[in-house]
Write a protein that binds this ligand. Structure first.
Ligand SMILES: [Zn+2]
Length: 281
């Protein structure tokens, strides 16, 4: 049944939130449409939101493989206002009234920023045609989160915010896994080592043929030692997915591992590129 936008079950308040098409590369039916939502910006802070969104977008399209395929994207922004500025920081007893009810300290991890208020997120995003949701949180605290097929969320005013954003967007857009394994954000038993994980950039070697095996040079040892001579070599390095044993990742470093990496490893780049092609014409 076709949707009637003037149906009385559709909340008319939501439709009054201002939005803009920041980048227009064509018909949303044939493009990857990104929408940036304002979280923790008051009505008086929308100029800041627009410049923050512009900065994130500029960074995204300065990085491969997004740079080369930037014409496959449209970008929208929705100026969703919040009562208060910032977000909840439960560990500091800070609670704010914000448009999408985001918070730090998810699973009691200080830097893990998420929202469970999916209904508000989808209501606000639904103002524009979108494929991917990016929530920008008006805070200078370090942190973010990204859930495949749901959303990427990050703060905007930390010195690493752009890198956090592109990392989290790797989760939400391309379903990439975390390649780090010795960080404070670690989950034991997150992965079952007896099965192959579905994330394209991690392997337990249970079914490595289904992953990046065909991309590896035949002279590269498997597993590949974490030694400096292999710094720029695609291989199979033990450590990834929060574990230092039993899970392997494609490179010594990658944006899915650290903020120090130069960018995405070839396996992550390919997964991102595949998703761009899948979601565009
Ligand atoms: Zn990677």
């Amino acid at each position: 049944m076709p949707i009637q936008p003037d149906n009385y079950f559709i909340n008319p308040e939501i439709k009054n939130i201002p939005y803009k098409k920041l980048i227009d590369n064509g018909d949303p039916a044939n493009k990857v449409d990104l929408v940036f939502l304002a979280e923790g910006y008051t009505i008086n802070e929308m100029e800041k939101f627009e410049s923050d969104a512009q900065r994130m977008v500029s960074y995204l399209f300065s990085q491969e493989p997004y740079k080369l395929f930037s014409n496959k994207f449209n970008v929208w922004i929705v100026n969703s206002p919040s009562e208060n500025s910032g977000t909840d920081i439960p560990g500091a007893n800070i609670y704010m009234n914000t448009a999408m009810n985001s918070n730090f300290y998810t699973f009691d991890s200080e830097r893990y920023l998420t929202t469970n208020d999916v209904k508000s997120v989808r209501d606000i995003a639904g103002i524009v045609p979108y494929d991917e949701i990016c929530i920008l949180v008006n805070s200078n605290k370090y942190g973010g989160g990204g859930v495949y097929n749901h959303y990427a969320i990050t703060t905007v005013d930390h010195i690493l915010s752009e890198k956090v954003f592109i990392h989290e967007f790797g989760h939400s857009f391309a379903g990439l896994g975390d390649e780090y394994y010795n960080s404070s954000t670690s989950y034991n038993d997150f992965y079952n080592l007896a099965i192959e994980p579905w994330q394209p950039n991690l392997t337990t070697m249970v079914n490595f043929d289904s992953k990046w095996k065909s991309m590896i040079d035949k002279n590269t040892p498997i597993p590949t030692p974490r030694k400096s001579e292999f710094n720029s070599i695609l291989g199979v390095y033990e450590g990834g997915g929060y574990l230092d044993k039993g899970i392997y990742s494609p490179m010594m470093d990658c944006r899915m591992k650290s903020n120090e990496a130069n960018g995405f490893c070839p396996v992550c780049s390919k997964a991102i590129l595949d998703m761009i092609m899948f979601k565009s014409e």
